[in-house]
Design a protein around this ligand. Structure first.
Ligand code: 4GP
Length: 742
């Protein structure tokens, strides 16, 4: 540590010349240096992708400066830290967002122009980081941006999957899945921390050992895997706060198993060790149902164990008494997926730190809070006891012990109501004995939140009714939000400029409530005209994309009617397609003279189906089959088009949303926990056609009933309608197609 002498420190500061400069010629020099030394191309010959790589590294340098400062600041201040544990983060691209949040996007654009490059074009070279499935995962990404912007001392923890969400390719109308090896061309946004590694253990046995005149449990694991940290700095907007998203990758452990090497089968021994890496190799592509897959459980425990070792290490750096732990640590469970963290904290405190059980339990009850994202019963994870017993034998014992104490306490509170006791138990007896992860999370968390007011009501009155009656104080809701940084500033720069101009400030980029100031100009014809122009340009961009992706030419003067989200029965893309068939049929049967009254419409649908979800896959096929028919009917022409946009992801959403006139959020009432797509469309000035479900109820209160097209049955009407059965008639010519596909 010779550098830490006074002279050494002064010399270092002198050489660093403080922070990197962001004037055009410094940026140009920086980019070219990265072309030469990082990308290792000649500065006289490099293509767009190489320019993107150099640009990304130049932005990353500036991120790193702030990131170091942030870490140092929080280390000194030692505030309570928020740890957000999530199996999924759907980050999308990073370049524009980072440059904008650092406040130097325009400087880069100018600098690049002189070098003969366009910022926008280079930004499109970046692939999406798709380490998640749907709403839950994109919410995590938005939350990281907001935590950074709002100056929170926050950390995100997750998994660095080598394969993100599959790429969707449409062949003959059917979805085909292709692996997304997103790291193929390197990832400039992450920093590998070779020295931040932790052993994660699996399998083995639990033995009793003599300790302090009594007995204690000792877990003798059968397999050890190494977790290596990859840090992704997340910059806030208008602040130097730059927080960390730490993702773990699995590597074979350093501990050499002499046994297998001594048997002489060197090659097999190496190959076996290499298997460790499979833990973080692939994201499960199902949203909501993951029951009983060993690899999935391994992933869950792997990231939880590494994260907690890291969190506890950080705590112990400046604290010696675990009673202070709840003052310094808040652990947010993003759905039930990271719930093993509860048993893991108990294990570490009791088995490794030797706290007595009650003291450890007291600490656990103060540090966890739990967000649930679903109302669907299949979304509530269950882990078969058999599997857990072999994979994490000590954790199973701990969960049993927690359950025992809890049920005893429960009996005192509610008496011997065995039905209710069995419903509320963490352990489910039955053909397959399992652990109910949601029950574990509720019992041990101080707060359980739904993601909209309606969702929270459903949790209290249906999904977790028993628990609500017992602990009403635990239940709360936090209606989801989205970040305007990504969903206006990055994705719709022209609208962003328009808003800043008319509000006379950019402060809305940090404080979204300021958008309400536009109300004063609501009747201003100039504003309308400018906004219409912005929309038109965005529609042209989208129309070009549609033609490139699907070969369909669409007219920008038609209404763009969009439904983009995961394909799910409850989200009712099927109903949308049936509606389109009906519209087509009406046009066909119309007098020619009446057709002039029809508003031309381009229906756009996009989304991925979980590979094992047959009906969802068929909905995609149906959509493509109907599109084929309609788009090739010259008699209908521009009056109606249907486009299925393949491989829907964050970047596609950034392109589609600003160009939409109408967007559909037509889930069966009572099924969408919140929904966040609606908010993104809304902030881009798009009209909503929506059921009264999830967040739309609250959106309607904000914008007024007159500004939304309410659709379909209300929640209380749904059961009777289900009873009655279908009433919709599909026209004959399509009935065959529907029957054939479905
Ligand atoms: C989703 C919900 O379906 C959606 O309503 C909500 O807006 C979003 O989470 C964020 O809270 N759930 C999932 C999931 O994505 O995997 O359960």
């Amino acid at each position: 540590r010779g550098g830490e002498t006074r002279v050494g420190v002064e010399r270092m500061f002198g050489l660093m010349d403080r922070f990197l400069k962001s004037d055009p010629s410094s940026l140009q020099k920086d980019i070219l240096d990265h072309v030469e030394y990082t990308v290792a191309r000649s500065r006289f010959s490099f293509d767009d992708f190489e320019a993107y790589q150099a640009l990304a590294h130049s932005v990353r340098d500036r991120l790193i400066e702030r990131w170091h400062d942030t870490q140092l600041h929080f280390k000194k201040k030692d505030p309570k830290r928020i740890y957000f544990l999530s199996m999924e983060f759907l980050m999308g691209r990073s370049l524009s967002n980072s440059a904008i949040n650092l406040g130097i996007r325009d400087q880069y654009a100018d600098a690049l122009k002189e070098l003969g490059f366009e910022f926008e074009v280079l930004a499109e070279q970046e692939g999406d980081a798709a380490l998640g499935n749907g709403g839950l995962a994109r919410l995590s990404a938005c939350q990281m941006d907001s935590l950074a912007t709002m100056d929170y001392p926050a950390w995100g923890y997750g998994l660095r999957y080598q394969y993100g969400l599959f790429r969707q390719v449409i062949l003959d109308g059917y979805q085909h899945e292709q692996p997304d090896y997103w790291l193929n061309f390197g990832n400039p946004w992450e920093i590998e921390r070779v020295h931040v590694t932790y052993p994660v253990k699996f399998y083995g046995t639990v033995e009793d050992e003599n300790f302090n005149g009594g007995k204690r449990k000792v877990w003798l694991p059968g397999e050890t895997v190494e977790a290596v940290a990859y840090d992704n700095p997340i910059p806030g907007h208008g602040t130097r706060n730059t927080i960390t998203l730490r993702l773990w990758a699995a590597k074979p452990s350093d501990q050499i198993d002499m046994e297998s090497y001594n048997t002489g089968d060197y090659i097999n021994a190496v190959v076996n060790r290499q298997r460790a890496e499979t833990i973080s190799s692939v994201l499960y592509p199902d949203d909501r149902s993951y029951q009983g897959k060993e690899l999935r459980l391994k992933q869950q425990y792997f990231f939880v164990s590494a994260s907690l070792q890291d969190i506890i290490r950080r705590f112990k750096d400046s604290h010696s008494n675990f009673d202070d732990f709840p003052e310094k640590v808040a652990l947010q469970l993003n759905d039930t997926h990271p719930s093993f963290a509860i048993a893991e904290v108990m294990r570490v405190l009791v088995d490794e730190e030797h706290l007595d059980w009650n003291r450890a339990w007291d600490i656990v009850c103060k540090i966890f809070s739990f967000t649930t994202h679903t109302v669907l019963p299949e979304g509530l994870e269950k882990v078969p006891v058999d599997l857990l017993e072999s994979l994490l034998p000590r954790h199973l014992q701990i969960i049993y012990d927690i359950n025992f104490d809890y049920i005893e306490e429960l009996k005192k509170r509610i008496g011997l109501d065995y039905d209710r006791l069995s419903r509320m138990s963490i352990v489910e007896d039955g053909a397959i004995k399992s652990i109910r992860m949601a029950n574990l999370a509720i019992v041990c968390s101080h707060t359980v939140n739904g993601v909209s007011r309606v969702h929270s009501e459903l949790l209290k009155t249906r999904v977790f009714k028993d628990f609500y009656e017992l602990w009403p104080h635990k239940f709360d809701y936090k209606t989801n939000g989205v970040t305007q940084r990504r969903w206006i500033v990055v994705s719709n720069p022209s609208l962003s400029a328009l808003i800043s101009k008319w509000l006379g400030t950019e402060a809305w980029i940090r404080d979204v409530d300021l958008l309400a100031g536009l109300q004063e100009q609501a009747a201003n014809a100039d504003l309308h005209e400018e906004w219409r122009m912005v929309r038109k340009v965005n529609k042209m961009r989208l129309a070009e994309y549609i033609e490139a992706m699907s070969g369909v030419k669409v007219s920008v003067s038609a209404m763009f009617d969009v439904q983009i989200k995961r394909i799910h029965e409850y989200k009712r893309q099927l109903l949308n397609v049936l509606g389109i068939i009906h519209r087509y049929d009406c046009i066909k049967n119309m007098e020619k003279s009446d057709r002039t009254k029809v508003v031309p419409r381009v229906c756009i649908i996009g989304g991925k189906a979980a590979p094992g979800y047959e009906i969802a896959r068929k909905i995609i096929k149906l959509c493509n089959a109907v599109a084929e028919k309609i788009n090739n009917d010259p008699d209908v022409g521009d009056l109606l088009k249907l486009v299925f946009i393949p491989d829907y992801n964050v970047s596609v959403a950034e392109l589609v949303i600003p160009g939409a006139d109408l967007s559909q959020h037509i889930s069966t009432a009572g099924h969408e926990a919140s929904g966040t797509g609606s908010m993104k469309f809304l902030m881009n000035g798009c009209l909503l056609l929506a059921t009264e479900d999830g967040s739309t109820v609250e959106i309607m209160e904000e914008i007024g009933k007159d500004n939304m097209f309410l659709f379909g049955a209300k929640m209380h009407e749904v059961p009777a309608l289900r009873e009655k059965g279908p009433t919709l008639k599909v026209p004959l010519q399509f009935a065959r197609v529907v029957r054939y596909v479905m």
